[in-house]
Ligand binder design. Structure first.
Ligand SMILES: Nc1ncnc2c1ncn2[C@@H]1O[C@H](COP(=O)(O)OP(=O)(O)OP(=O)(O)O)[C@@H](O)[C@H]1O
Ligand SMILES: [Mg+2]
Length: 242
């Protein structure tokens, strides 16, 4: 089992406020890891730390055997083609079209021709069922559509690891299933993911393992069956969402 991402003794503070004190876990190649925790436990901060959008105070983050927590902007640029973050909000650029939003990382990071970019953008839009929105502006889209376009954009560079920050939150049941299906297909291609969510049934459908953050540490770690069978009072507070 290859560890494609490793978090070691990670600590993160905002001034004196502790978010992470001692977080340790690994992401195994090909798995989808569910990352749970009550609101404010630092799930988004953790994902942002992994792709270098937040600095960390102690510990290490490794991509395969390479430290990625202390990289220059230039080095991060290359890591971000391998490790991609689907923002909690979608985070599209408001002033450019859906097409341009997805094409942007392709022009930025690859030497693809305009035709190749065009074909790739259409292929990705198809995956999230948004072909019709190609020429629309983000402000013309519903929140759920913006999320799907954001997810599409995060897949544009064929990353090996996708960090999904609540990709199903606020979506209607049909769109939830669509997003889960996109995540399943990504996993079927052998890629890995960290799935941050408050949607426990969705996590159980998609994830191989589950981790729960609490008070700056990994409080629980195990398979979905371990999660279901846990008698820990704290873990039980998550089971009741089934
Ligand atoms: N830039 C920042 N400056 C100061 N505090 C921050 C900053 N970003 C996050 N925090 C704090 O860090 C803590 C963790 O935030 P984070 O957004 O990671 O929580 P979360 O687990 O993703 O919550 P949710 O489930 O609600 O999305 C919170 O207390 C938050 O207020
Ligand atoms: Mg969050």
């Amino acid at each position: 089992m290859e560890q494609i991402l490793t978090i070691k003794k990670l600590a993160k503070y905002f001034d004196t406020k502790m978010v992470h004190e001692d977080v340790n876990f690994s992401l195994i190649k090909g798995e989808t890891l569910g990352l749970l925790g009550h609101s404010g436990t630092g799930k988004s901060v953790l994902l942002r730390s992994i792709i270098g959008l937040e600095s960390i105070d102690r510990g290490e983050i490794l991509y395969r055997n390479q430290r990625i927590d202390n990289l220059t902007e230039e080095e991060l640029f290359s890591i971000r083609t391998k490790v991609s973050y689907a923002f909690q909000s979608g985070a599209l650029f408001d002033s450019i079209s859906v097409f341009e939003n997805i094409a942007y990382p392709l022009f930025e990071h690859t030497k693809m021709s305009e035709q190749e970019v065009d074909a790739k953008v259409m292929q990705i839009l198809k995956i999230v069922n948004m072909e019709h929105a190609r020429e629309l502006m983000p402000s013309d889209l519903s929140g759920g559509m913006q999320k799907r376009v954001g997810l599409a954009r995060s897949m544009a560079l064929n990353p090996e690891i996708l960090l999904y920050d609540e990709p199903t939150a606020g979506l209607d049941p049909i769109n939830v299933e669509m997003v889960l299906e996109v995540m399943r297909r990504f996993k079927e291609q052998g890629f890995s993911g960290i799935f941050v969510t408050h949607d426990i049934p969705a996590a159980k459908k998609i994830c191989d393992r589950i981790i729960i953050l609490d008070k700056g540490k990994v409080r629980f770690q195990g398979s979905v069956a371990d999660f279901d069978n846990s008698n820990d009072e704290f873990v039980k507070t998550f089971q009741i969402f089934d």
